[in-house]
Design a protein around this ligand. Structure first.
Ligand code: ADP
Ligand code: MG
Length: 477
């Protein structure tokens, strides 16, 4: 039988506010354990939560970016459960009325676009963290994370393969980072994914029973966890078994998922509106204010890079990977006024290659956009060849000096004086009579030898095009 996977993702993005969602405690990552959770985050008796407006702003910003309905009046609810990292016994979340309603995101897989529905996105608080590694036979509890604002983004079960799931997750990741609402740091848990997976006979309308894989925090693991889970479910079904609706854990070392607990039903949580919090009212004015703060979004930027700069879709995709890289590229184009394709090549190949090798981010580049533009101008006006430019690029990288200074200092200017080039060519030909004879006898390959000799004589500074043209003439019998 042919099976079809059905996948829906629930993604938790930590919002980049400075303080917690209901208290003034800091959200900074990496502080000593239990130094950043206040009485409100711990839910001590008598405390009152106060909603952080910055978190609402970010949620609305996200909602607008995925063209979702913004709920005029949403409600915070208590989701009751016991766990050591949740000492107050409930999590403040949104249930029936989330702040962000139905929206969508476009993904591209194997060259074709697909629209993935977003069911909702709601605000909630993160819980603390259980630490199992450092304590023999015991569990440590760090409550610093308690109360950190989360936006939980729930997709429709529209995804049909692990590749689509990863494409969706990557796209969403890029979007929240572009919007500046999440730092996207997956190692630190700022962007985490729960994957819901089921399979059904291809052609069926009804969905199969699903399992939920909890807390997968890398793109690679999401792909592997889902692939494993699809295979597992197919095996169970083909051998006559049934799928139990349950929560599973992905073990990256063993590359398998295993049961964690049977799935709670929503009514196990005894949701009810939090009596300490008023309904969240988002006015149209507020929405419009946030709309004005929206940056150019990745899809629009990619489109513009293709249209305005004539870039290939692949190149545009690489250059818009982050806002900073895109800005860098545009600064180079603006200042150098060179062909955008030349600029794109230098940013994508020389610069990105050097940054990768050095383990640096574009924001830490030793070569500024201004300096790279200065270099490209000298290629465009023929002061130096593309080959010499690579040398100059390395010198800029090391010294921080600009291209003009370095070209002058090191005498790297290209030789374009026809007379000078002819003279060198004559000398080279005179010094290599044997090769000349062989070339004229039909050994065409030797042309490259002569070019090489001329370049050697000029330390690579002769204009390659002129060298080629003049040599061709002179080598004729
Ligand atoms: P819960 O609140 O119990 O987690 P939801 O109905 O909100 O359940 O769905 C959570 C996620 O599971 C959503 O992303 C949804 O798209 C996905 N989902 C629902 N049913 C299925 C299914 N049969 N197979 C795969 N994913 C599913
Ligand atoms: Mg869920």
């Amino acid at each position: 039988m042919q099976w079809e996977p059905v996948i829906g993702l629930e993604i938790h993005a930590q919002l980049k506010t400075r303080s917690k969602i209901f208290s003034g405690a800091s959200t900074a990552y990496g502080a000593p354990p239990n130094t950043q959770a206040c009485a409100i985050d711990l839910g001590m008796p008598g405390v009152l939560p106060v909603l952080n407006e910055a978190a609402v702003r970010m949620a609305v910003k996200f909602g607008l970016a995925v063209e979702a309905e913004i709920t005029p009046q949403s409600v915070f609810a208590r989701k009751n459960y016991f766990y050591p990292d949740l000492p107050k016994g409930y999590q403040i979340s949104q249930y029936e009325l989330p702040v962000v309603g139905k929206g969508h995101l476009m993904i591209t897989v194997d060259g074709s676009e697909k629209r993935i529905g977003i069911t909702r996105a709601h605000l909630e608080e993160d819980a603390g963290k259980s630490l199992h590694e450092d304590f023999h036979g015991m569990t440590g509890i760090d409550l610093n994370r308690a109360g950190t604002p989360l936006l939980e983004i729930v997709s429709e079960p529209d995804l049909r393969s692990p590749a689509e799931a990863v494409a969706y997750m990557k796209k969403l990741h890029m979007l929240v980072v572009y919007l500046g609402v999440c730092d996207g740091n997956m190692q630190e848990g700022s962007f985490r994914c729960d994957a819901n997976v089921s399979v059904r006979p291809k052609g069926d309308d009804a969905f199969g029973t699903r399992t939920e894989i909890k807390n997968v925090n890398s793109f690679r693991f999401v792909e592997r966890a889902i692939s494993y889970e699809i295979e597992r479910q197919i095996e169970v079904l083909e051998s006559g078994g049934t799928i139990t609706q349950e929560t599973r854990l992905y073990d990256a070392d063993k590359d398998e998922t295993r049961p964690m607990r049977t799935k709670e039903e929503a009514n196990d949580y005894r949701y009810f509106p939090d009596p300490d919090l008023l309904p969240l009212v988002v006015t149209e004015d507020f929405v419009e204010e946030v709309r004005k703060e929206l940056p150019e979004l990745p899809d629009a930027k990619r489109h513009r890079f293709i249209e305005d700069y004539g870039l290939k879709p692949y190149d545009a995709e690489v250059l818009i990977a982050t806002r900073q890289l895109a800005d860098y590229f545009e600064t180079v184009v603006r200042i150098s006024r060179c062909d955008p394709k030349l600029c794109a090549n230098w940013v994508m190949v020389e610069l990105s290659g050097a940054l990768n090798k050095a383990g640096l981010d574009i924001t830490e580049s030793p070569v500024s956009a201004e300096k790279l533009a200065g270099l490209l101008k000298r290629i465009a006006d023929n002061t130096i060849s593309g080959k010499i430019a690579k040398q100059v690029f390395e010198l800029i990288w090391e010294s921080g000096k600009d291209a003009d200074t370095l070209i002058e200092e090191k005498g790297l200017k290209q030789i374009t004086d026809t007379g000078a080039i002819e003279k060198i060519i004559d000398e080279v030909i005179a010094a290599n009579p044997k090769q000349l004879e062989q070339y004229r006898a039909g050994k065409d390959k030797l042309f490259g030898f002569f070019v090489g000799q001329v370049m050697k004589q000029t330390q690579g500074k002769a204009n390659p095009k002129q060298v080629n043209e003049i040599l061709k003439e002179k080598l004729k019998s």
